[in-house]
Design a protein around this ligand. Structure first.
Ligand SMILES: *Cc1c(COP(=O)(O)O)cnc(C)c1O
Length: 451
């Protein structure tokens, strides 16, 4: 059997609505050609992000009803704590409302002026939380990870020589911890090998530095390790996940990704003194240590989501369905970041629209074209997002992020058809200029004009 089917059947459905082309013209104009500014109900297929957009299972919804809403010591908290202890081996677990809350607590404690935090690639909220404390965030992904068409099994790996050099140059006393993001979201959702994680651990041990994971997509990363890393094929995903966490002294997690919930996060720690101080901040800004800014029902849904995400039939379907989209586009001549990552496909917009220079936003032109053509929402990761103030990013990408368990193969086939059709008429995609922009983070609210 060749077809890998969705390992679930559908019990609840949510209608989606196709708009007419004149309606979409109107919607685009009113939103200043920025798809962050349109109503979600005007989108047919929403590939803006895989964060918090997954579909919960019947057991997760059942857990929502079981949720214990006691302020302190709720039963739901112990259900979640037991599940995370079993998966990761960590004893100290702090619940937070989402990943960036874990980051804020961690870096308020260990960051500060003069500090430097290395990572393979910092996610934007991680970088922002580090820099907010006055510390510096440094990306040290391997060179292969920066070349879009180069195939490498673990393009998310940390460059070990660059890490050693950085430690020597800035000095251990200025590095509060070393972080590795699995999978590497900002680098195209590319995985990190177990060998690389072990090597980072050895370097950290040698220099007595704590090693932290940004573990938002730990299960997707473990699946890639099982598929691609020599000697890992016969191990279970749970065993690989456990080893990944065993190597670390702590982890920040957004449960909106591999927790398959709509809201939630975790901070995992080993150091008792750090736990004590983090508990204080948690109570100050999130909530008591047994709920951390979440409802009891959220804790139940998280516990069940973290169980389901390590099921191997789920992971096989998840990673295969992302690759399916990527392979169809490649076969039609659409250049993407290769190989396909875990949670998204990234189209090379420079290749898609060679007639539009970076200053006229080829990625945004493609995002607008795809919505106009087919009601599909994607997101630009290029000059709009990173080019404010004159920097020219090395890549102009459009990300198609895949929500977990939400769309079926026919939805994906529709997306493929729309992109291929658009590719045939790509000379009609229109360059854009900025009509209005805020002083920073312009991709969320900037308005454009078509030229
Ligand atoms: C989403 C994400 C975060 C932040 O999590 P939020 O829940 O959005 O606050 C941090 N790191 C990575 C790699 C992410 O993908």
């Amino acid at each position: 059997m060749k077809t890998i089917i969705e390992p679930f059947r559908i019990k609840v459905v949510e209608p989606i609505r196709m708009t007419t082309r004149p309606e979409r013209e109107q919607i685009l104009r009113e939103a200043g050609f920025n798809l962050f500014l349109i109503r979600a109900e005007d989108v047919l297929i929403d590939l803006l992000t895989d964060s918090g957009t997954g579909a919960m299972s019947s057991l997760q919804w059942a857990g929502m009803m079981r949720g214990d809403e006691s302020y302190a010591g709720a039963k739901s908290w112990y259900v979640l704590q037991d599940k995370i202890r079993e998966l990761t081996g960590f004893k100290h677990i702090l619940p937070t409302h989402q990943g960036r809350a874990s980051e804020r607590i961690l870096f308020e404690l260990v960051g500060g002026p003069g500090k430097v935090v290395p990572n393979n690639s910092h996610f934007d909220t991680t970088r922002a939380n580090i820099e907010h404390t006055g510390a510096k965030a440094v990306d040290l992904v391997i060179d292969e990870g920066k070349q879009p068409t180069l195939r490498h099994p673990f393009k998310g790996n940390m460059d070990l020589n660059k890490l050693e050099t950085l430690i020597r140059e800035v000095g251990v006393e200025h590095i509060p911890l070393v972080m590795v993001t699995v999978t590497n979201n900002s680098g195209g959702g590319q995985p990190v090998s177990l060998e690389n994680l072990r090597a980072v651990r050895r370097i950290c041990t040698k220099h007595k530095l704590p090693f932290f994971l940004d573990a938002c997509r730990f299960a997707e990363n473990a699946w890639f390790i099982k598929q691609r890393e020599p000697g890992q094929q016969d191990r279970g995903v749970r065993e690989i996940v456990h080893e990944m966490f065993d190597l670390a002294d702590g982890a920040t997690i957004s449960a909106k990704k591999d927790g398959i919930v709509n809201i939630g996060g975790l901070l995992l720690l080993r150091d008792a003194e750090l736990v004590r101080r983090a508990d204080e901040l948690l109570i100050l800004t999130e909530g008591f240590i047994t709920y951390g800014g979440l409802a009891g029902r959220d804790l139940e849904a998280m516990a069940q989501g973290f169980e389901e995400v390590v099921h191997e039939d789920y992971l096989q379907y998840r990673i295969r369905s992302t690759a399916y989209l990527g392979e169809k586009l490649l076969a039609a001549g659409v250049q993407i970041v290769e190989p396909p990552g875990g949670h998204a496909i990234y189209i090379d917009a420079k290749h898609f629209c060679p007639h539009i220079p970076p200053a006229r936003f080829p990625g945004q032109a493609l995002v607008v074209g795809l919505y106009r053509q087919a009601g599909i929402r994607s997101v630009e990761i290029g000059s709009v997002m990173f080019g404010q103030g004159g920097t020219v990013p090395s890549m102009e990408l459009v990300r198609l992020a895949i929500p977990r368990r939400v769309y079926t193969q026919s939805h994906v086939d529709y997306v493929v058809e729309a992109i291929i059709e658009l590719f045939g008429q790509r000379d009609q995609l229109r360059p854009l200029e900025i009509a209005a922009e805020p002083p920073s983070l312009r991709h969320f609210t900037a308005r454009f004009r078509e030229l």
